[in-house]
Design a protein around this ligand. Structure first.
Ligand SMILES: [Zn+2]
Ligand SMILES: [Zn+2]
Ligand SMILES: [Zn+2]
Ligand SMILES: [Zn+2]
Length: 193
């Protein structure tokens, strides 16, 4: 028996590729690691994790100090930088914890806004960069892009739609790596004169 690692369909031993997904079949499907469920956000957490990366709740019984105040006792983890902070340094927004540096990032359901603009071409470039770096993205207000690229709706009504900025989201814990990727490479068109 063989399996497709993507769609999980069973094949006979003679089969080599999944006819649906066009990828190599494997002898056995990987067993998903057992996970704990976070009491606070019901997110899945590694069994050996000391905290929930999705909401920042700390489970560890050991005491850790705050990243900002060595004397402060950490009460949670910032979901963006994944560092330990005390009560004073953490703010809760929609059941998720953020440090003072990251509390202002626009976030929704564990996703953070890495880029927001009405310039849909730039948005596509940004999204492409993140995709090729292996960062999961999801964006809002982009369904109109294809429409406009076709020249369809390039009229007063169509352009009104684009007043709503396109927002590109990345998972909160990938926000900082995404920022780094976007700051790399040739600076877009920053003319310093
Ligand atoms: Zn398949
Ligand atoms: Zn949680
Ligand atoms: Zn932070
Ligand atoms: Zn602190």
């Amino acid at each position: 028996m063989k399996f497709c690692p993507n769609c999980k369909i069973e094949y006979t031993d003679e089969a080599i590729f999944c006819s649906d997904c066009n990828i190599l079949l494997v002898e056995a499907l990987p067993v998903p690691a057992p996970m704990n469920q976070c009491d606070n956000c019901s997110g899945e957490v590694d069994l050996d994790s000391d905290y929930c990366p999705q909401c920042g709740t700390l489970y560890a019984e050991d005491q850790y100090s705050c990243t900002n105040h060595p004397t402060g006792i950490a009460t949670g983890v910032c979901v963006v930088c994944q560092k330990l902070f005390c009560n004073e340094c953490l703010s809760e927004k929609k059941k998720r914890l953020y440090c003072t540096d990251h509390v202002h990032i626009e976030a929704s359901e564990g996703w953070t806004v890495i880029f927001s603009s009405t310039d849909y071409y730039e948005a596509e470039i940004i999204r492409g960069k993140l995709d090729s770096a292996g960062i999961t993205t999801h964006s809002t207000n982009t369904t109109n892009i294809g429409v406009l690229a076709d020249g369809f709706m390039d009229n007063a009504l169509g352009r009104t739609i684009f007043r709503y900025p396109i927002k590109i989201f990345v998972p909160a814990d990938q926000y900082l790596s995404a920022k780094e990727i976007l700051s790399e490479g040739p600076a877009a068109d920053d003319t310093e004169d």
